[in-house]
Write a protein that binds this ligand. Structure first.
Ligand code: GLN
Length: 475
């Protein structure tokens, strides 16, 4: 049987190319073959590298740790030689002017860039339907969304059109599409991965993370991108950690909390049933299951949308028709700002700017933004108290499996509610990883593992053990 190299994981390919470096060309051939065959349907990529140049670049990297294996980068991350459009009409012609720190690290480790992946405009959304250019489809069912906002990144990996991808997670955008597409998505602790070169959405929440085919690959990539960067003032200063070390040590004796608030009525009953199997799996591995409560979870959506929109309204003020790209035709200079913004931004982005500007305006600031900051502290406090007694929290990533294209796009509040289990993590600044944990009617279900700040090694260890032993008995 011949294997298609595009179907392998990053670590399998590293082992293979270590022995047979010349096969990197075959790998790239297989990736482009797959993209040609399937991306017309999936529409994960906004742009791909020139194949011949990529093969050349890959070959030059055979001695480096990542052996020339290329990755896909979400198109809100600066990447030399490509545009960085943020899937916005505003930036449709914007060429990257430098490499984001994460891209620099990946290149230094021997991984060139295969292409730029689609997203919801400026990473605002949960379905990748808010892209100005195209709607990415879920490779498991082309009538359904891939989740969002890093839907292009997750779909590319799930469709074997990429070996791995980077996404950004402000309110779940790495974990949510990973869950919908059936791949692994890791949102690191705030500050662990440099944000330099990531187009700012909500600066106190944004974090770049890997989307991969398995847990080990997430650990490998975190080793490369999780480094201090003096170009990012919020970057954590800490010694290098090898996240693959001890990853196979299992979860014997660890306490895993299941929060009751994540298993309420809004959770699809079929996912509810899966959770029983998750508990049994952990118990079988020698972990102890603890029922816990995160009482302020109900405020997370309102808190997140106020804070993220407030920060977005400030961050997006730089798109003014003068700097960056698109400028509207104008009769007078007074119209430059408003017309350019009216034409450049899509409706979801405008909605966030309105909401954020309102929440920050004099007279309303205390009532909305100020209150949201207080609620944020309470939500973080829930996690802090929980982690005094337990090592990890496990819960569904999303209340439902992938929904249909068009199902929620007309109803923003409905769309926001699909983020209920993921936004608390960003508000608290802690790490979390979504891993495949069963299927309902052929659609992947994601389980999310959360830990205290900088506990990525425990999350990865537990995810690794779970991935190896979980059996989906009733799919
Ligand atoms: N669904 C979230 C939002 O729309 C996702 C944001 C993100 O993580 N980029 O804001």
């Amino acid at each position: 049987m011949t294997i298609n190299l595009n179907e392998l994981t990053l670590h399998e390919l590293i082992n293979l190319l270590d022995k047979e470096p010349e096969r990197v060309e075959e790998l790239i051939d297989s990736l482009y073959g797959r993209i040609e065959e399937f991306d017309g349907d999936v529409q994960a990529y906004l742009e791909t590298a020139d194949k011949e140049s990529l093969i050349e670049e890959a070959k030059e990297n055979s001695e480096k740790p990542l052996k020339g294996i290329p990755g896909a980068i979400k198109d809100n991350i600066q990447t030399l030689g490509f545009k960085t459009t943020c899937a916005s009409r505003f930036l449709k012609d914007y060429d990257s002017v430098y490499d984001a720190t994460v891209v620099k690290h990946l290149k230094e480790a021997g991984s060139p860039v295969l292409g730029k992946a689609n997203l919801d405009e400026f990473a605002m959304g949960s379905s990748t339907e808010n892209s100005y250019f195209q709607t990415t489809r879920n490779p498991n069912d082309l009538t359904r969304v891939p989740g969002g906002s890093s839907g292009g990144s997750a779909a590319a990996v799930a469709a074997d059109e990429a070996i791995y991808a980077l996404g950004s997670d402000t309110g779940g955008s790495v974990r949510h599409p990973a869950a919908f597409c059936g791949v692994v998505g890791l949102k690191p602790t705030y500050g662990l991965v440099s944000r330099y070169g990531l187009t700012a959405f909500a600066s106190s929440l944004d974090q770049i993370g890997p989307i991969t085919k398995d847990v080990y690959d997430a650990a490998l990539l975190l080793n490369i991108i999780g480094k201090h960067d003096e170009m990012d003032s919020t970057s954590a200063v800490r010694p290098a950690v090898d996240y693959t070390e001890g990853i196979d040590e299992g979860v014997e004796g660890l306490k895993v909390g299941f929060p009751e608030e994540y298993f309420g009525d809004e959770l699809d009953s079929r996912i509810q049933k899966k959770a029983k199997r998750w508990k049994e799996t952990f118990e079988g591995l020698g972990a102890e299951i603890v029922e816990i409560s995160l009482p302020h979870t109900e405020y997370a959506i309102a808190t997140y949308y106020l804070i993220s929109s407030s920060e977005a309204s400030a961050n997006l003020a730089r798109f003014d028709g003068v700097r960056y790209t698109s400028r509207a035709e104008i009769d007078s200079i007074d119209e430059l700002f408003s017309r350019s913004r009216d034409e450049g931004f899509g409706s979801e982005v405008k909605r966030r700017i309105f909401l954020g500007t309102y929440a920050l305006s004099a007279g309303y600031y205390d009532e909305y933004y100020g209150k949201a900051q207080k609620a944020r502290r309470l939500i973080k406090g829930d996690f802090d108290s929980a982690f005094e007694d337990i090592d990890l929290i496990a819960a569904p990533t999303s209340p439902t499996p992938a929904f249909k294209i068009g199902e929620k796009i007309e109803d923003p509040l409905e769309m926001y509610l699909s983020d209920i289990f993921i936004v608390p993590i960003n508000l608290a600044g802690i790490p979390a990883m979504s891993i495949p944990a069963g299927e309902v009617e052929g659609l992947p279900v994601g389980m999310q593992l959360m830990g205290s700040s900088l506990s990525e090694n425990i999350i990865l260890r537990a995810g690794y053990a779970f991935e190896k032993s979980f059996i989906d008995s009733d799919s």
